[in-house]
Design a protein around this ligand. Structure first.
Ligand code: NI
Ligand code: MN
Length: 227
């Protein structure tokens, strides 16, 4: 009855929910923080938040080898289908009950052009209600937005939010996001992958735990969190 969340650095996760294993934004080959290779995974599902290379990552290779179904927006799914990848297209605000739980795409303030310049639609986050009823929010790459309060109203058990600044929220806006989201467990992501994203996650965690009731988990790449 547990969900195991493994972080591989940047925005890359492995999620085990009972017999279902999925990857989120599987960026391994060019991810300086990931110490595992894309070849070591056999997911049934791959969730892709948006079209940028550090999120689409190794999706095509992994999906073709494993036969995984990619869950993403309609534009990214259309692009993947043309490359013989199995997909399940959704769009922002829309949810679907997959075998492992209900997945809803949420808005994100960012871009989504695909690596070859194709239109990747709008960027998204994922709100996953696991088959055990746990609510997990993966914000994707995003700036702060006030409607994070609405996502917080869902009653989040866990949220993963970017703190790296420059391309996404930085620590100050991520602290405001933490107040909107009110997640029981909170994990900072999308930092320290590259010099441009250097942040002091420990200082951020201290401030969040002072100002909110959230417990912050700073994982090392490859570490696991169970909920
Ligand atoms: Ni991005
Ligand atoms: Mn990114």
């Amino acid at each position: 009855m547990t969900t195991t969340i493994t972080w591989y650095g940047h925005a890359t996760f492995g999620l085990q929910i009972d017999e279902y294993f999925m990857l989120i934004d599987p960026f391994f080959a060019h991810n300086p923080l990931a110490s595992v290779s894309a070849d070591s995974f056999n997911p049934q599902y791959i969730l892709v938040t948006h079209g940028h290379g550090d999120h689409v990552g190794d999706t095509i290779d992994i999906a073709k080898r494993s036969g995984a179904t990619v869950i993403s927006n309609a534009e990214i799914c259309g692009w993947l289908q043309k490359q013989d990848v199995k997909t399940h297209a959704q769009h922002i605000g829309g949810g679907f009950t997959h075998p492992f739980g209900y997945v809803k795409l949420t808005q994100a303030l960012h871009g989504s052009a695909l690596p070859d310049g194709s239109n990747g639609g709008n960027p998204a986050g994922f709100l996953i209600t696991t088959l055990h009823g746990k609510k997990l929010y993966f914000a994707g790459d995003t700036g702060l937005f006030g409607d994070m309060q609405l996502i917080g109203d869902e009653g989040l058990d866990y949220a993963a939010i970017p703190i790296g600044d420059n391309y996404t929220m930085g620590p100050a806006d991520a602290l405001r996001a933490a107040k909107f989201l009110r997640a029981k467990h909170l994990q900072p992501i999308h930092f320290n992958t590259f010099d441009l994203l250097k942040q002091d996650a420990n200082a951020w965690a201290k401030q969040v735990e002072k100002d909110t009731d959230s417990k912050v988990h700073i994982l090392k790449p490859g570490e696991t969190f169970t909920i």
